[in-house]
Each structure stands twice: as structure tokens, then as C-alpha cells.
Ligand binder design. Sequence first.
Ligand code: OOG
Ligand code: NI
Length: 465
Amino acid sequence: MSSEHSWDAAELRTRFSLALSDMYKTEVPLYGKLVEIVQQVDNTVLRKEGRDLNDLPSRHHLERHGAIRLGTEHELQMIKRLFAIFGMYAVGYYDLRIVGFPLHATAFRPITEEALMRNPFRVFTSVLRKDQITASIRGTVEAIPEKRNLFSPRLMEIIEHAENGMMCDKNADDLIPEALKVFRWHSRSTVPLEDYLKLKQEHLMIADIICFPSAHINHLTPRSLDINLVQDEMIKAGLPAKERIEGPPSRQCPILLRQTSFKALEELVTFYNADGDFVNGTHTARFGEVEQRGAAVTRKGRKLYDQLLAHAVQNTAPTDPDYPQKFDHHLVDAFSNYPDIWERLRTQGLVYMRYRATETGKAYMAKRPADISLCPNIEDLLSRGFVNYEPITYEDLLPLSAAGIFRSNLGEDSHEKLSIQQAENGLLELEKALGCKPLDEFDLYDQLQEQSIRECTEDLRLEKI
Ligand code: OOG
Ligand code: NI
């Protein structure tokens, strides 16, 4: 075996996400088409601003999020161990009961500023809640995934070795193809057609999770600079686009996340029948999605977002034939109450900011007579031009948007009224399944903001800000 060494998680994460993207392009050619549209749109946007793709941070080109759905606690724990090698940790809790799905989720993603800058790859990972399933089919739902193993013996070996802190070149090379096996699509179901249909009748997601031998990735989402343009281009190119963009309306100061998707494809699947013969059927699970990311909002900012969104939901009749347009109209209306100037968003404590010492500030402080001791606050430093700021990017997902995306992929009308109530005991259950508490996204953004202030303190040679 070649020599052992510790490894660069970000480098492996990039190798993995690129390999996954190549695989998904061959599996779902429309994904490749969508990536091309995004690149063209981004080029157009940049050209208009007199910039080009090289002017964007390198993470933008790599940036993807994917999603998988798992059947058991064991699978979730194993996925956690696999993603840890790539420097991805469980962040946040998403309860999909808001759309009546027997699922809840977390997102595995990098958490430090450096790791996010290298490659912010994230995977929305949902897991089946057996307590939310009709008792009569619970036995089937429990028995089938017990028999499958998503993780090859070689992958297990690499994971265990890595957990002892070690990785040799051979393991690093084998890790990617072995990990891809977990996420690959299989067009042959592991269950009889009759069982598939029974599970699908309860919920398409249950059939999707239980009836296949892998945890197939169901979409891989590039980030775009202008999602409105992407939506137009998708429609022009004849892609089966979702009716409306999820998330906040278009704004001067983008916040959180806006997303659109094309609907899931109907794919041929081979099942077997009671006699053990093969029979043909179809399944819809995999789709394409695009996102545009904005600023991470604080707890207060999120509360306001949730309130305004709920307002728009309440004000739109679910049965209105023009629901998508009406809803968007109410959304724009409601969000006129969300400040749309960065300085206002900052001073009202709605958005997280990354502060940086300016060259002027550094030069002034370097020349400052030693006997003058300064203990300014961040506002003093901003007003003197010694510090500037930019919004911190939102790195997570949104439960109501996820719900809209999930639902449009069921072929259901995307405008059924959402119940915004959260399940009380869901988080505890997810923690039990995961074997740890998912990290709190707000704590992470708080830390990034504080760390940036500490850096300003050092760069300006101050004792304290
Ligand atoms: C996940 C849907 C949620 C998002 O971007 O909010 C999601 C799924 O369909 O499994 O990916
Ligand atoms: Ni998504």
C-alpha cells in the first residue's frame, strides 16, 4: 500500500462533486443542457457589467447542491461518515411534513469560510419517517431496505481507515468511484411491480426510496447569477419548467435562495412479477434545478422572511386558476416590507456581514502614534472608511421552497395550500437517526461574522473592536 497521509477534504470534495456531475450528465442529459443554459446566462449577465467568468470567485464554477433520499437510520449514519471525509457536516433541520411527506432532512455541507470558498458542495439528505406511514405497509417499508447495502465493502474499508485519520493515494483514488455507486441510478427495481405500486399509492417518495438498490441522486443544482433569465431560457428551450420561482421575489439586495426546476422525467424501469419474470414499468424521480443565492439572514431576518411568505400564502386562494401569477404578485407586495438596501439590512440586524479592514484603515493604523490607544466599535471604523463589508452568502436551503420543488415533482399542482406548522418531535427523531445534533445554521453564520470582526481587529492592530 502506498504511504499514508492526512488528506485535503476540499480537494476530495471537488473531485467527488465533479465526478458526480459527469455521471449525472450521462444519466440525465437535460441536466447537461441546463448547465449550458446557466453558463450562457451568466456570461450574458457578466458581459453587460463589463466583466467575464474569470472575475467570479472560483467556487461559482464548481458550485452545486444535490439531493438524496434515504430509507433507514443506518443509511443516514453511514452517509454522515462518508460525507465527513469530504469535509461535509449535517447542518439544519427540514421538516417535510409541511407538505404531508413522511420525510425530514438535513443538509451536509462544508462549514468554515476557507472550506466554503474552496467548494461549497452540499447535499440535501432526507430520510423516511416510518412513524408517518400507514401501519399496514410499515412492515414492507422496513423489510426491504434492511436487505440492501448502499455501501460497498471497499468503501467501508476506506471510510474506516479515514476515521483512523489516514488515507493513502490508492484509497483516495478508489473513494470516488466507490462513493459514486451509492448515488448511481439503477433502472432495475429490487421489488415486484405489485409492491412498487402499493408503496407508490401511499406516497411516490416511499416507492422512490424503497424500491431501488441505490440512493440515486435526484438532482444536481448549479448556481446562476440571474435565475429569472434562466427560467425564460428554460421555457424557450422547451424544458418542462416549473411554473414559478421559489423563494423571495427579485430584489436589489438578494437574500437567501431563489430556485426553479424542470419537472421529473418519467423513466423506464424493469420490475419483476409474482412469477419472477421481468415486467416494464415507469418511475418519476429525477429532475433538474437551478438556484440563485443571496445573503444569509439573521434569526430576526428569517423570522421576517417567514412572516412575509406566510402572508403571501394566506392571501392567495389555492384554487385560483392564475395561482402562480397571483402568488408572485402577493409575494412582491408582502416583501415591500423587507428592507432592500444593504446598509439598512445591516443596521437593522437582518443580514450577516463579512467585515474587512480597508487599505486606508491599515495604513492609518500602522502610522498611528503608539500612545494613542483606540477602542472603536465597528460603526466608528465604517464611518472612517477603515472597514467595509459585504453580505455573507446563504449556504443552506429553505423548507418551503424544498416543499414546492418536491411537490412540483410529484406532478401535483404546486399551489396547494402549505401548512406552515412544524412538527414538534421531528428534530429529536432526526438527531437520534443521525447520532448527533445537526449544526445550527445561524450559529455558523454568527461565527463567520464574528471571525471577520476578529480579523479586522488584527489587521488594524487594535486590541478590541
Ligand atoms: C429534495 C428537494 C429539496 C431543495 O433545493 O430545496 C431541494 C428532494 O426532492 O429530494 O433539493
Ligand atoms: Ni434542490
